[in-house]
Design a protein around this ligand. Structure first.
Ligand code: ATP
Ligand code: MG
Length: 563
């Protein structure tokens, strides 16, 4: 019966839609919209809404999804945000085709509907100032009081509203309000404001054409209805606004009435998700920009090395419910690991280089060793590693002494160099402070692609040639905050106090020669280290990598792990 064309997991919104489709509601169509306000960049929470709205439209025959900019607060919005949002939606893999709208497209129509309400005695011009309005509104336990301007005549209201539009009155002096019920237990129904005056702002779409701007609660239902939206999906904090959404549509002459359905917003541990707070991080210079790889923005995640697919998988896995919860960062990380494990080329990179001299290896010799790009996917081909007498290994891969559980290099012990030979540590060289500065080793020429005869090698470590390797800057990112819910901790004055001071650590690494040619955005698994991508500031002269994610969940780090 249903025209569902997907195997995606079901949830309560799908069930509502399928029931509506089966009942032949809305002519058997589904039409959704994603309505961002262009006052900041999109974040991973928005991705949930994008995947839901565009995903549903894709999943049902004839489904459509609009991209609509909810642009009614011009002093906070701009064209750069509009463009960034479009880019991010596309990058995530969704297409609004020819259905790009702006709430500001409807300003004239919205004005007409406001006049309709006035004529029907359902809206009035109110002269209370902001403080008085608040006072008159009452509280959750006390009913509000009616404004002394509530019973102005229709003629007076029409005249005043026209003059407000014409620019006769200053900001804050008057508003247009709906006449509903000052005693309603729902505060949103206590004569909510529909329009306010704002002079002197240049709207990114309408310029200086208007000095009044409609409120979200008035604009949203009408925009939905004008676009023929069938299911208007929003987050739970709008549940209490639904009676107003319905009231607006019930009291104007419009013949479409979309169904508002609320779902819980995504919260992610160890980060913040409100655009106001993200703006603060950027404006105060705490981040390099909206696309700082530590930001939970789509632009930040992209620069960090997240793929569109990994974000879509994440949004599918967290599901859609009405219960508010906080998702572990590990869930998002698992999604990018899975994707990159399959698709990222392998490479050798030494992040904390310790020099190793292989004393029985010829001094000038450079041996090119073939190494597959992927251990499980031959079709990805291979690259050449340069093997030389002097190489680097990672400092963490050597201990002078260790028990049998330590599967790396120890004094007098043997270890395999990944894709190369087995070497043995013969001597440790230290400086005057006792710091290890070099290892003297020997290699076994019989062990290239073959196990040594009669002995067991402890483990495999990665390496890079000292003369042929490429110096690279590697940016190691960690969580942006050191508190799971930085913005809900009441014991600190500001969520900024929970910023993790070690969220970025920059190291100078030596990477295998093939990486000199790596292009911006390319992704690699640095074996035994994690997944990395080439940063946009990188060039062939100065290669820069961002760590996307570690190989395993580092918050459950295991000491002495093997290869
Ligand atoms: P913020 O509080 O971060 O500024 P917002 O809700 O004001 O978010 P909008 O641009 O108005 O941001 O949101 C566009 C759409 O994205 C809305 O339908 C909103 O419900 C949805 N959305 C925003 N944040 C989340 C989130 N964390 N989880 C799910 N959906 C979200
Ligand atoms: Mg908003």
């Amino acid at each position: 019966m249903s025209n569902k064309e997907t195997s995606a997991p079901t949830h309560f919104i799908r069930q509502i839609i399928e029931r509506d489709l089966a009942a032949g509601k809305n002519d058997g169509k589904i039409h959704t919209r994603f309505p961002p306000e262009p006052n900041g960049y999109l974040h991973i929470g928005h991705a949930k809404s994008i995947c839901l709205n565009f995903g549903l439209a894709k999943d049902y025959a004839g489904g459509q999804c609009n991209l609509r900019f909810d642009d009614t607060n011009p002093h906070k919005e701009n064209e750069d945000y509009v463009n960034a949002i479009k880019e991010d939606v596309k990058w995530l893999g969704f297409d609004w085709e020819d259905r790009l709208y702006y709430a500001s497209d409807y300003f004239e129509k919205l004005y007409g509907y406001a006049v309709e309400l006035i004529k029907a005695g359902k809206a009035y011009v109110c002269d209370l100032n902001a403080e008085q309005t608040r006072e008159y509104r009452g509280t959750l336990t006390d009913p509000g009081r009616e404004s002394p301007y509530r019973n102005r005549s229709v003629e007076e209201n029409l005249d005043l509203f026209a003059r407000i539009r014409a620019g006769e009155f200053e900001d804050g002096s008057r508003v247009l309000r709906a006449k509903i019920d000052m005693a309603s237990p729902n505060m949103n129904m206590r004569d909510p404001t529909l329009y306010r005056i704002r002079h002197g702002v240049i709207h990114h779409q309408t310029g200086e054409a208007w000095c009044i701007y409609p409120m979200y609660d008035f604009t949203h239902p009408i925009s939905d209805a004008l676009e023929g939206i069938t299911h208007s999906l929003c987050t739970l904090e709008f549940e209490d606004h639904r009676p107003l959404y319905d009231w607006i549509l019930d009291n104007i002459t419009i013949d479409c009435h979309p169904q508002q359905i609320e779902f819980s917003r995504l919260n992610l541990e160890y980060t913040v998700m409100s655009k106001r707070k993200l703006t603060q991080l950027v404006d105060e210079g705490l981040m390099t920009g909206w696309d700082d790889p530590r930001m939970p923005t789509i632009a930040g995640l992209r620069r960090r090395g997240y793929t569109p697919k990994s974000i879509r998988t994440f949004c599918e896995r967290i599901g859609v419910t009405k219960s508010a919860n906080s998702v572990e960062m590990g869930m998002l990380e698992a999604c990018i690991r899975e994707d990159l494990d399959q698709h990222a080329r392998r490479a050798l990179a030494v992040l904390d280089p310790l020099k190793v001299v292989i004393e029985n290896y010829p001094e000038e010799k450079v041996e090119m060793l073939d190494a597959p790009y992927h251990p499980k996917d031959e079709s990805m081909g291979s690259r050449q590693l340069a093997f030389t007498r002097e190489i680097y290994i990672d400092r963490a891969d050597f201990r002078e002494e260790a028990n049998k559980k330590y599967k790396r290099m120890v004094t007098g012990g043997e270890v395999r160099l990944r894709n190369a030979y087995v070497i043995k540590c013969e001597q440790v060289i230290k400086d005057d402070d006792g710091e290890i500065i070099e290892l003297r080793c020997s290699y076994d020429p019989e062990t290239l692609g073959a196990n040594p005869v009669g002995r067991k090698v402890r483990g495999v470590i990665h390496w890079a040639s000292a003369s042929q390797g490429v110096p690279a800057e590697v940016r190691i990112y960690d969580r942006l905050f050191n508190h799971p819910a930085p913005d809900s901790d009441k014991s600190v004055e500001s969520f900024l106090q929970h910023i993790n001071p070690d969220s970025l650590r920059t190291v100078q690494a030596i990477v295998e020669p093939s990486l000199r040619q790596a292009e911006v955005g390319e992704q690699f698994q640095f074996e035994r280290e994690g997944y990395f991508c080439v940063d946009q500031e990188s060039s062939h002269d100065k290669v820069i990598f961002n760590r996307t994610v570690t190989l395993r969940d580092t918050w459950a780090k295991i000491e002495g792990e093997g290869s």
